[in-house]
Every structure is written in structure tokens, then in C-alpha cells.
Write a protein that binds this ligand. Structure first.
Ligand code: HEC
Ligand code: HEC
Length: 235
């Protein structure tokens, strides 16, 4: 139903300004679920759980979700629902199906085994903890490509109208901070990671969002590189 709703919004061209309505409809989904426990999430994130074979997430994603390694995404200040959804999407729903979120050429990502070790409550707790952590301005990524800044900005603000690509800002917010619900933050994210994810959406290896697939499918490698760098530098 939600996908259908999204498609209707896109088709009718009323997307701008309607994303808050969509976010509200997502928020309604979590009513009735027990409140996640940020303290338990922090414990698991920073220390892991040797008895259950869970590695400390911090070893790759950095203190409080501020990753200093470009290939490992920042997780700080991402919407809670977005993070919990990703952790669920990294694992296969059952023995016969592949995870919705895979890496290049359909291979499992490094996250598949880590996410498979977590219970649904662990996912909620870690996501809730990380959503409350601020992006560290000292380690957050910035834009570095002057030559492609104008192209990146124009895609971010206005999309690619001739190819029916909506403005990124409409869903990821003007300053790239994302929106409550399932719209992730891109500001301060490592540009190489943003670029890689857009290519994975395009190839269909990351198959957990049809809208992002359609958007990336209409973008060239140079469009993707330009907007990834621009988005990282937003604040
Ligand atoms: C060995 C390093 C490593 C460890 C340990 C690790 N991760 Fe990751 N994580 C990654 C990498 C690399 C990616 C990007 C995966 C991809 O390309 O799809 C990622 C992606 C993610 C994402 C998706 C982020 C986004 O913006 O969509 C989440 C959420 C996440 N990890 C949470 C965790 C949690 C929770 C743990 C601990 C239980 C953990 N990770 C442990 C390396 C790691
Ligand atoms: C109609 C709303 C919408 C528009 C427009 C949109 N996005 Fe997204 N985007 C999303 C949603 C929702 C997700 C989360 C998908 C998921 O569940 O994995 C997402 C995810 C992403 C991710 C993955 C983030 C991560 O941490 O892994 C990237 C990168 C991204 N979008 C870039 C862009 C860019 C660049 C544009 C503009 C060219 C754009 N998006 C336009 C809704 C949108």
C-alpha cells in the first residue's frame, strides 16, 4: 500500500510538500510497539555481546555512530525507523530468499552476518540509541569537488526534470538532515558511501526501495558522483 501511495504521489507530481504526510503515515506504523531502550542499544553498540557472537558495532562505525573510515557509513543522527529498517533488510526473510539489501553483484554485504545475529528488539534499541546521537562536526564528511558543485547543487535542489528525477531535497530535506521516519540523513555522510549506495540502488543489488531504484536508474555516473559530493557537504 505504501509503495502504491508513493507512486501515486510521484505520478501526480505533488511530491513537493507531501513528504511530511508520508512521514506521518510511517510514524503511525510504530504506535503500539514497546518503547525501545537506548541504554541497552548503547551497550550493544559499544561493547557487542561476546556470549551471542555480536561484534561491537563501534569498531567499524565509530564512537556514537560517527565513523572516521570512509567505507563505513556514519550512523549518528539517522532516523530511528530508517536504521531499524536497514538492519532488517540486511538479513534474508527466510532460507529461500536473498536479503533485500545486498552488495555489488548481489553478494551479501559485510552487514548480513552482523544483522542476522540481532533480535528485532536489539535492532530497535540500537537504532533508537543512534538516532539520538549528534553528528560530530569534527569528523563529519564535507564536499571536496569544486568542479562538480554546481551540478550537484542543481540535482539536489531541482532534480533532473528532463529525466523525471525528483529533487533530492524534497525527501532528504533542504539541508540533507533527512526527515523523521524512513528518510535518511545524507549531510556529513561519506561521499564514497553515498555514491556506492546510489549505484547499488541502480543495479538493483540494493532492492529495498523502488523509488530510489527509479531515481538512480535515470542518473549517469557523473550525476551520481556530483550529487554525492554535494550532499555530503550540506549542513
Ligand atoms: C566490520 C565492520 C562493520 C561492523 C563490525 C558493523 N558494520 Fe554496519 N556497516 C558496515 C559497512 C561496510 C556498511 C555498508 C554496507 C553496504 O555497503 O551496504 C554498514 C552499514 C550499516 C548500516 C546501514 C547504514 C545506512 O546508512 O543505511 C547500519 C544500520 C549498520 N551498518 C549498523 C551496524 C550495527 C548495528 C552493527 C553492530 C551490530 C554494525 N553495523 C557492525 C561495516 C560494519
Ligand atoms: C520520494 C522521496 C525521495 C527522493 C526524491 C529521493 N530519495 Fe533518496 N531515499 C528515500 C528513501 C525513503 C530512502 C530510504 C530507502 C531505504 O529504505 O533503504 C532513501 C535512501 C537514499 C540513500 C541511501 C542512504 C544510506 O544511508 O544508505 C541515498 C544515498 C539517497 N537516498 C540519495 C538520494 C539522492 C541523491 C536523491 C536525488 C537525486 C534522492 N535520494 C531522492 C527517498 C527519496
Amino acid at each position: 500500500m505504501k509503495r502504491v501511495f508513493f507512486r501515486i504521489l510521484l505520478a501526480s507530481g505533488v511530491l513537493l510538500g507531501s513528504s511530511l504526510v508520508v512521514a506521518a503515515s510511517y510514524a503511525a506504523d510504530v504506535v503500539g510497539v514497546p518503547k525501545p531502550d537506548a541504554a541497552k542499544g548503547e551497550q550493544l553498540y559499544t561493547k557487542g555481546d561476546a556470549a551471542r557472537g555480536i561484534v561491537a558495532c563501534m569498531s567499524c562505525h565509530g564512537a556514537a555512530g560517527n565513523s572516521t573510515i570512509a567505507s563505513n557509513p556514519n550512523l549518528a543522527a539517522q532516523p530511528h525507523e530508517y536504521l531499524a529498517k536497514q538492519l532488517a533488510d540486511f538479513r534474508a526473510k527466510n532460507a529461500k530468499s536473498a536479503p533485500l539489501r545486498r552488495g555489488a553483484n548481489g553478494a551479501n554485504t559485510i552487514m548480513t552476518s552482523f544483522a542476522t545475529a540481532l533480535t528485532p528488539a536489539d535492532m530497535q534499541n540500537i537504532a533508537y540509541y543512534l538516532a539520538q546521537q549528534p553528528l560530530d562536526p569534527k569528523t563529519a564528511a564535507t564536499a571536496s569537488k569544486k568542479d562538480t558543485m554546481a551540478l550537484g547543487q542543481s540535482i539536489w535542489r531541482g532534480g533532473l526534470p528532463d529525466r523525471n528525477v525528483a529533487a533530492c531535497a524534497a525527501c532528504h530535506s533542504a539541508n540533507g538532515a533527512g526527515m523523521p521516519g524512513e528518510f535518511p540523513r545524507l549531510s556529513g555522510q561519506h561521499p564514497a558511501y553515498i555514491e556506492e549506495q546510489l549505484k547499488l540502488f541502480r543495479s538493483g543489488d540494493r532492492a529495498n526501495n523502488p523509488i530510489m531504484h527509479d531515481i538512480a536508474d535515470r542518473m549517469s555516473d557523473s550525476d551520481i558522483a556530483a550529487v554525492a559530493d554535494y550532499a555530503a557537504g550540506l549542513r
